[in-house]
Design a protein around this ligand. Structure first.
Ligand SMILES: [Zn+2]
Length: 709
């Protein structure tokens, strides 16, 4: 009786296993047919044949819309002392911010108030204090009052003769800086003239008198948290801008930073991005703005753009911007912009000021590059006022957030070219994207770049052209700080012809997509060029985690960590050499989604080491495969990793000296043509190993039955 029961249980177990495998294979075939899904949809992520499931999404790119004040919202007449003295000053003063918290901040809960007042704003300001130096002012900052209909006369202090002191026509009104009302103690005397400007005087009454002003500071920053229409329109986390400029050299002297309460997320996991967003916005307020290009000055303090009769550049009403000269921004026509059906003309705008030009030439290693391309998409607030996403991907001053933002030398060079700051270049962060990739990368379309690489049988890094599919084939993002997926997707409609790059696209099943007109990278601002991007995983329990390796909170649940990954500040993305397996007794699980993972690394005298499940593995050369193993619960895990170049992870420290075949700019470990074949081969392997296991256990069952009988 016992024997019969054992046989029954054993056969039931194998039948359920057979059904599981059948269902799995059926799902795989359906996914293969339907894999061309529009981005934004989620799909099931399976780690193992019998494993845990996740939903995954590529990380959305947050657009950052800069708020550019209109002509009537600006004031240019703040006096910091006699002009001829101010112009002779050197850049000796580290940037000092006088921060004023608007009453809207006190309406937030205490946790949020604390975060803004004691951490976010002080840390952002400390960064600028270390990064920028200015010419010190000679007088306290007293902001100018807003005039009725923004009409004013420029007179001398008595109001009798012409000069450079602002007198409002008829009336002073409430003075605002962005959404914040400027307090009376920061304002200058209200001076007014009659309609004709012939009778001018100081307005009487306490509210119109001269305030104390702000002494020994270089910028007044009003910080608020108001859900303004710009917050809603741009779906912004925060935005900042300038509102007044000083008279002698036009440097912005006051501005605001508004943190949008609806999007403000105090979760410590997102603090790094929040701080980067606030710094990005303050860079706009200090000078990186299309609204200020026309005010930039050369190193002698002479304006790059000629001035009109009131000392201001010409205002372009159509764009709501002061019109800059071609010494600041030049329009350049790329005649040979390769697309799907040949070549088209592609117009770009390029910052051509001296420091910026020198920095981008050095960065791309392109000695005749005209300058740094600025964004050509996204409309007002994004276009022109950020670096071009295709060329400067994770530079923090691009128009959308994707991953690992860095403020590079190029952004600091732009601050120097405003004529208002001397940057401390030691504060610049390393920008890897595009580094040393030459003129072809910097000037041509990503189609030209990818084709030229494929002709040389080299990787198309930093671009890619794998369509997102299940199971996932994961790569490392360009910075190696996150596990990433190629963000190539199918749009609902055709892309503009100048962004259609693919003649045809290979698919997982080996077929080829011929009509590729609606295929492009998920980040439109990157001119639809596809690249590896970090993504978000949603577990079946609904908990989301991102794939950035350096954030401990991104670690999977211990029991699900079958790739023995580690998340923390010393973790980097490492390519996996094969599909990992987990064995327990006769049962074998094979990882479906694979390709890369997060692992702890260390750099010491003996070079680069990678740590997996507590064991150290030494990397001797770039591309070396190392077999790794570990135990998770009762599972024996086996897999392999592909060593990166030592210098790529350790920088140029002496420890990398003795390692050969080392990193020389970019690591090329992938071969795209082979990748599809490998993927098919690997999925067959899963199928075979599963069926083989099923057959083996079936035979064993029969033997068991015979023996028992
Ligand atoms: Zn911006």
């Amino acid at each position: 009786m016992k024997t019969k029961l054992a046989i029954l249980i054993f056969l039931c177990f194998h039948f359920s296993e057979y059904v599981t495998i059948k269902l799995f294979l059926r799902r795989r075939r359906l996914e293969a047919l339907n894999h061309q899904r529009p981005s934004g949809l989620t799909t099931v992520r399976s780690m193992f044949v019998i494993g845990c499931c996740f939903l995954w999404q590529t990380h959305p790119a947050h657009a950052v819309h800069h708020w550019i004040p209109r002509k009537q919202e600006m004031n240019f007449n703040v006096r910091l002392g006699p002009v001829h003295i101010l112009k002779r000053e050197n850049f000796t003063q580290k940037m000092r911010f006088h921060v004023v918290y608007d009453k809207s901040i006190s309406k937030l809960n205490l946790e949020r108030q604390n975060l803004i007042k004691n951490k976010l704003i002080p840390e952002a300001n400390a960064y600028f204090h270390q990064t920028l130096q200015v010419r010190p002012g000679k007088e306290p900052i007293r902001l100018q009052r807003t005039c009725l209909d923004t009409s004013y006369f420029l007179k001398d202090f008595t109001g009798a003769e012409n000069g450079n002191v602002q007198f409002c026509k008829l009336l002073c009104v409430e003075t605002k800086c962005g959404p914040v009302t400027v307090p009376g103690e920061h304002l200058d005397q209200c001076r007014v003239c009659d309609k004709s400007g012939s009778h001018c005087f100081n307005a009487q009454g306490e509210e119109w008198s001269r305030g104390e002003g702000v002494k020994n500071q270089d910028f007044i920053l009003y910080v608020s948290s108001i859900q303004t229409s710009h917050c809603n329109l741009a779906n912004a986390i925060a935005y900042a801008s300038y509102c007044q400029q000083e008279r002698s050299l036009d440097r912005p002297i006051a501005g605001f930073a508004n943190i949008c309460p609806a999007r403000f997320d105090p979760d410590p996991k997102h603090y790094g991005n929040l701080l980067a967003t606030v710094k990005h916005e303050i860079f706009h307020a200090l000078g990186f703005s299309a609204g200020l290009f026309a005010f930039y000055r050369d190193r002698n303090g002479v304006p790059f753009t000629p001035r009109g009769k009131h000392g201001l550049p010409v205002y372009n009403d159509r764009y709501g911007l002061y019109q800059w000269s071609s010494r600041v921004v030049r329009k350049i026509k790329r005649e040979q912009w390769a697309v799907r059906h040949g070549f088209v003309k592609h117009i770009v705008n390029v910052i051509v000021t001296p420091r910026v030009k020198a920095e981008v030439r050095k960065h791309f290693r392109c000695p005749d590059l005209e300058g740094a391309e600025i964004e050509n998409q996204g409309g007002a607030g994004t276009e022109l006022t950020h670096w071009e996403k295709r060329l400067f991907e994770n530079e923090a001053m691009t128009g959308t957030y994707t991953q690992n933002p860095v403020f590079s030398r190029i952004t600091l060079a732009l601050m120097e070219d405003t004529g208002w700051y001397r940057p401390n270049y030691s504060m610049a962060q390393m920008l890897d994207w595009g580094k040393s990739l030459g003129c072809l990368f910097a000037k041509a379309s990503c189609k030209t770049w990818m084709e030229s690489r494929l002709r040389k049988e080299r990787s198309v890094n930093p671009y890619c052209f794998a369509i997102k599919q299940n199971p996932l084939k994961m790569h490392c993002t360009h910075s190696k700080l996150s596990v990433g997926l190629c963000n190539l997707r199918k749009y609902r409609t055709r892309l503009p012809p100048e962004y259609q790059y693919f003649n045809h696209l290979p698919t997982e099943g080996g077929s080829v997509i011929r009509d590729t007109s609606s295929y492009g990278g998920a980040v439109a601002l990157a001119d639809y060029c596809p690249f590896y991007q970090k993504f978000t995983l949603t577990g079946t329990n609904g908990i989301k985690r991102e794939t950035a390796c350096t954030i401990p909170e991104n670690a999977p649940m211990e029991r699900d960590n079958f790739a023995l990954e580690y998340f923390g500040s010393e973790s980097r993305c490492v390519t996996q050499g094969n599909r990992w397996t987990a064995k327990k007794g006769l049962l074998t699980r094979t990882m479906l989604d694979w390709g890369s993972g997060c692992y702890k690394h260390s750099c010491g005298e003996s070079g680069l080491k990678i740590q997996v499940a507590g064991k150290q593995y030494k990397c001797n050369y770039n591309g070396q495969r190392i077999a790794v193993s570990g135990v998770l619960d009762d599972w024996m895990i086996n897999g392999s990793l592909v060593c990166p170049g030592c210098r790529e992870f350790c920088g140029s420290i002496a420890s990398c000296r003795n390692q050969f075949n080392d990193f020389n700019g970019i690591v090329f470990v992938e071969d795209y043509a082979a990748e599809n074949i490998k993927a098919i081969g690997s999925s067959n392997t899963i199928k075979l190993s599963s069926i083989r296991f099923f057959m083996l256990s079936l035979v064993m069952s029969l033997v068991f039955v015979l023996v028992c009988a």
